[in-house]
Design a protein around this ligand. Structure first.
Ligand code: HEM
Length: 552
């Protein structure tokens, strides 16, 4: 009987294509059994190390391999068979056997999220493509990725997002761990989130908001003052000015520190950097494993610099006892010298969540008012009658003005600042929706507010900017109020909703009272329509208007 030396046993196994293919299939099983989206750097490192070690073993143990090139060739063949088997197994499974195979959608979406990127990349307004997909398949359910669905049934909102829902935040949120630790927004652990949410809720109660009101008034007043100076010009970039306002106000209410953007009349460099760091989210948010690889290899210098700034601001803020209360005062622990990393993430969140959202909504609101002069005139007449004789309306003057609220809600409905929605994942046992559709376990769900809030089943004449539907004048134009999810729904719902509404009311009412407004000569708001992009929160295109001062 022949005796095989050790090296020949190695040779036999190394050259076995069957073994390589079997390992490829086994890897598919392993990859299919857990959440690897944000461990793609570890998986890639594992493969590089394993095939590197394989090559070295080939060179040293295989008697037929006499050169580095020879070892490289054998390793390449083994890798090709391994990855080929892995890929074919993944594609066949996803295309024909996957638990979501019964849901309609483009065939390419079954195979990879990369295919769905073609809906993102042309203009970075994925939410519009979602609307097209739902119309094309004439369905409330569209498969937008191998294990992902887009759902637009308003009846499903509670089951997916409601306080009693068994769905959890999806892997999208774990992206934060590569850079900054988890903010309250990216915290996926329910209990940890609940604990942190208490402090945030406290920071934004009705009583706390009253503490911030004088500052909201000051910033809105400063905005009107600046716009009065601008109004002699034929064209005013109102989108930029409301952006300055919202960042200055948020810095002040957030940390007692203004960015001084309104004073300088230009965007602070830090904010430019922050926006630059958010732009890749429009792609990486869709393909999490790719985002993870990029962040772990190239990193994000803009983000790191911004994090450095927030950390410095937090340290400085902790040393002082400000004269006016701020949100960070509720979040910082006075008995702890140390500032935990997650507060740094919260500070960044505060600026992004609190400013971009409000300024984008204001820009869209003014776009709609220019497009609908009769609504503008009606609103102007109504706010003229509030506190006559006062040149500036304080936040508290606007507590009870249903038509103003209607205007604000219409802007929020038609142009939600998080238009593609937020990601949820079903529990392992799946969920059954009210229409009896069963959504299998570990399915990623997006429910895009942009589409849901333009659905005639919930909002008849959905594309009409109709503030009256929110008042007693035309309530029949709201068939299902639960479909209004601009601020989210359930336990992760926007904690800053009331603050946002105060800001939106205050700026809108004062601007409409101080000025007549129309699109700048030769424009009709086309930049807002064409240049707006979606980086989780919306980055709105520029809106130029003509302002004419009114005698009050
Ligand atoms: C028009 C204005 C705003 C809109 C449309 C908006 C929208 C949203 C949405 C949809 C979420 C849920 C995110 C998710 O589940 O992933 C959210 C969460 C959040 N928002 Fe807002 N937001 C606005 C203004 C603000 C303001 C002014 C603040 C300032 C404090 C703020 C702070 C937050 C925070 C801290 C969260 C995370 C809450 C949590 O996870 O418990 N937002 N917002």
């Amino acid at each position: 009987m022949a005796h095989f030396p050790q090296s020949t046993q190695w040779e036999t196994s190394a050259h076995s294509k069957l073994l390589s293919a079997s390992l490829g299939l086994l890897s598919h099983l392993v990859l299919n059994s857990g959440e690897w989206d944000h461990s793609s750097h570890l998986v890639a490192s594992f493969w590089i190390i394993t095939f590197g070690a394989f090559g070295v073993a080939e060179y040293t143990l295989d008697p037929n391999v006499n050169s580095v090139l020879g070892a490289l060739m054998t390793t390449s063949v083994a890798a090709a068979v391994y990855f080929g088997a892995l890929l074919i197994s993944i594609l066949i499974y996803r295309a024909f056997f996957h638990r979501l195979r019964k849901f309609p959608g483009p065939f390419g979406n079954r195979l990879s999220k990369l295919y769905n990127l073609k809906n993102v990349i042309p203009d970075f307004r994925y939410y519009e493509q979602c609307e097209i997909l739902h119309k094309r398949y004439n369905s409330d359910y569209v498969r937008t990725g191998p294990r992902e669905l887009s759902i637009i049934s308003a009846d499903a909102i509670s089951a997916v997002h409601g306080p009693l829902s068994r769905c959890r935040k999806g892997p999208f949120y774990s992206g934060a761990k590569h850079i900054e630790g988890y903010s309250i927004h990216t915290e996926r652990n329910r209990l940890a989130h609940k604990e942190r949410r208490k402090a945030w809720d406290h920071a934004l109660t009705a009583k706390s908001l009253r503490d911030y009101e004088p500052r909201l008034n000051r910033h809105a007043y400063a905005l009107m003052d600046n716009l009065k100076q601008q109004s002699s010009k034929p064209s005013v970039p109102i989108s930029e000015w409301v952006n300055f306002y919202s960042f200055d106000a948020m810095g002040d209410i957030g940390f007692n520190r203004t960015f001084g953007m309104m004073e300088k009349g230009k965007e602070d460099e830090l904010i430019t950097m922050l926006h630059a760091s958010m732009a890749p989210l429009s792609i990486m948010g869709h393909v999490n494993w790719f985002g993870c690889l990029v962040l772990r290899t190239i990193g994000s210098s803009d983000m790191m610099e911004f994090m450095g700034w927030t950390s410095k601001v937090l340290r400085e803020r902790k040393r002082i006892e400000p004269k006016e209360k701020d949100i960070m005062g509720h979040l910082l622990d006075p008995n702890d010298e140390h500032i935990p990393l997650h507060l740094n993430a919260d500070a960044r969140l505060l600026i992004v969540a609190g400013s971009d959202t409000t300024s984008a909504t204001l820009t869209w609101l003014f776009y709609e008012l220019c497009k609908n002069p009769s609504v503008f005139k009606k609103l102007q007449k109504i706010v003229d009658d509030i506190a006559p004789g006062k040149s500036f309306l304080d936040v508290e003057d606007l507590d009870n003005c249903p038509y103003l609220d209607g205007v604000v809600h219409e802007a929020l409905r038609l142009h939600p600042a998080v238009p593609s929605g937020v990601q949820r994942e079903t529990p392992p046992e799946g969920i059954t929706l009210p229409d009896q559709t069963y959504i299998p376990g570990e399915t990623i769900i997006w429910m895009p507010p942009h589409v849901i809030q333009r659905d005639p089943r919930s909002f008849p004449s959905p594309l009409e900017f109709m503030p009256e539907r929110w008042t007693s004048e035309a309530p029949e134009f709201i068939a299902n109020k639960r479909a209004f999810i601009t601020f989210g729904h359930g336990i992760y719902k926007c904690v800053g909703q009331k603050l946002a509404l105060l800001e939106l009311r205050s700026v809108t009412a004062n601007l409409v009272r101080c000025f007549d407004m129309k699109f700048a000569e030769g424009t009709h708001g086309e930049n807002v329509l064409e240049k707006t992009t979606d980086s989780f929160t919306i980055i709105v295109g520029r809106l130029d208007v003509q302002l004419t001062r009114r005698d009050l």
